[in-house]
Design a protein around this ligand. Structure first.
Ligand code: TXA
Ligand code: MG
Length: 314
């Protein structure tokens, strides 16, 4: 069983230390328990995906202690400021343009130019965010495909030791995930209904579109696959052809490999580097990227899923 900590000052200090060292901490919010990691640390964020066992990378919510901290990682317009002042702390997640200098891991945003951010209202979450003094990336603290946890015990039962530490803040008051509202497009769109109602948002914004099947707006799942390199991507390459940049993996990468996702062949390290290395090679101006084979187990599944889409989307 994972270690469950009471939210005393000693418990919070241990949890903060765990986050600083790149480890995982499950913590209570008013909606559901989150599985948190230092949002600025690529490898720590990769650990979240490994623990959840998800075969693809979904962008994660960055949790912050207040509006000032949120403005350091995302760009707020007037509407976003008004919403934040009205609904934070609380169960509203805003999808906004990402500030590249904000330092949030590209893996946490699945390579997107937008970023999801919220200020939770649970006192233990706010204390942890205050003590850590940086954004905490956190999806719901359940294994992929299972129900979201609303008690520390649910987290322990679902994730076991993979949860790292669990801060016990009692049962979650709302028990349903936050509302996800995108203000990154031309019109506000509701990507996920949740703790703040559509009506409450519409009081401030006017009509809000619900992303869904018969809507022109993309659902979060589709958005998650939105980042594709400009360069062509060729998979399972042994070496680069003329004009290609080589994205290597493992100790057998040939001399002249442009970037190696993990020279030692470590999938966690490879996941941590995936989006930033794709971007770097893209920005180098190459027309094509050849990628060496990546094993299809553990985080390799999600890496291969991402690369397959990058190779197909044209
Ligand atoms: O209540 C909650 O929101 C909980 C607590 C822990 O805060 N968190 C949560 O996280 O439910 P998660 O990862 O299970 O759901 C995050 C949702 C996903 O639907 C994801 O696609 C969407 O937010 N999302 C995150 N970043 C996005 C982005 N840049 N663009 C569009 N959707 C995004
Ligand atoms: Mg979830």
């Amino acid at each position: 069983m994972p270690k469950i900590l009471a939210p005393t000052s000693a418990g919070l200090a241990e949890a903060t230390d765990m986050l600083r060292r790149g480890g995982l901490v499950a913590f209570p919010t008013e909606t559901v328990y989150g599985l948190g990691a230092d949002a600025a640390n690529d490898e720590a964020v990769a650990r979240i995906f490994a623990a959840k066992g998800r075969p693809s990378f979904n962008p994660l919510i960055s949790h912050v202690s207040g509006l000032a901290a949120a403005e350091r990682i995302a760009l707020f317009d007037e509407r976003a400021l008004e919403l934040a002042k009205r609904f934070w702390p609380g169960p509203l997640t805003l999808v906004l343009p990402r500030r590249p200098e904000g330092g949030v891991s590209l893996l946490a945003t699945a390579g997107l130019d937008t970023l999801a951010v919220r200020v939770p209202s649970h006192p233990v979450a706010l204390e942890l965010l205050g003590a850590f003094a940086g954004p905490i990336a956190a999806p719901s603290a359940n294994p992929s495909g299972k129900l979201s946890p609303t008690t520390a015990r649910h987290v322990a039962e679902g994730l076991g030791k993979k949860a790292g530490l669990i801060l016990d803040g009692g049962p979650c008051r709302i028990g349903l995930e936050s509302t996800v509202l995108s203000l990154a497009g031309a019109r506000p769109s509701l990507l996920r209904p949740g703790g703040v109602s559509k009506e409450a948002l519409e009081e401030m914004l006017g009509p809000v579109e619900l992303a869904g099947e018969d809507s022109a707006i993309q659902s979060p799942g589709q958005l998650a696959s939105h980042y594709a390199p400009h360069a062509k991507v060729r998979l399972n390459a042994k070496e680069a052809q003329p004009g290609e940049a080589l994205l290597g993996f493992g100790p057998l990468a040939p001399a002249g490999t442009d970037l190696n996702l993990s020279p030692s062949g470590d999938l966690l390290e490879a996941a941590a580097h995936l989006f930033s290395y794709l971007r770097k090679l893209d920005q180098s101006g190459t027309d094509a990227i050849a990628v060496m084979p990546i094993p299809r187990h553990g985080l390799g599944l999600a890496i291969n899923d991402r690369l397959k889409r990058a190779a197909a989307e044209r």
